[in-house]
Write a new protein. Structure first.
Length: 135
């Protein structure tokens, strides 16, 4: 598989699972880092997100901008923790260089409970040393 090009200035979403099988959506703001394994699968990941049923309430962080409420509610409502590359809105001196938690699901989706086809799109990026949780 050839390396996919980074989608410059395109706010896209990639998915990772943590060591407990919980899922998180990472929105890049067109600048946030994307693991190579996720780059080639961005379209499949977004299609798989759309296939997830809305099943829970979102807990929105006080650090987010209200203009993202709908997106945060949709993603977290499907059981995903939602992280954003907020540095896109900061000066270089203010940058923190990490994705920030913007929303958490009341009931997290687990990769093992998803239909096989949907889970397949999310199995490519596993963060074995991380546990997604409310922060």
């Amino acid at each position: 598989m050839a390396d996919a090009a980074y989608p410059e200035m395109v706010d896209c979403i990639w998915i990772a699972s943590d060591r407990n099988g919980r899922l998180a959506a990472f929105t890049t703001g067109g600048q946030g880092p994307i693991p190579k394994r996720a780059l080639a699968l961005l379209a499949a990941m977004e299609d798989a997100i759309a296939a997830l049923p809305a099943k829970t309430q979102a807990r929105i962080s006080s650090r987010h901008s209200q203009r993202y409420d709908d997106e945060l509610n949709v993603l977290a409502g499907r059981g995903l923790f939602v992280y954003d590359w907020s540095d896109v809105h900061r000066t270089r001196a203010e940058a923190i260089g990490v994705y920030e938690l913007m929303a958490a699901p009341a009931v997290p989706a687990l990769i093992e409970n998803l239909p096989a086809e949907t889970a397949a799109a999310f199995r490519h990026v596993i963060c074995r040393s991380i546990e997604f949780a409310e922060g």
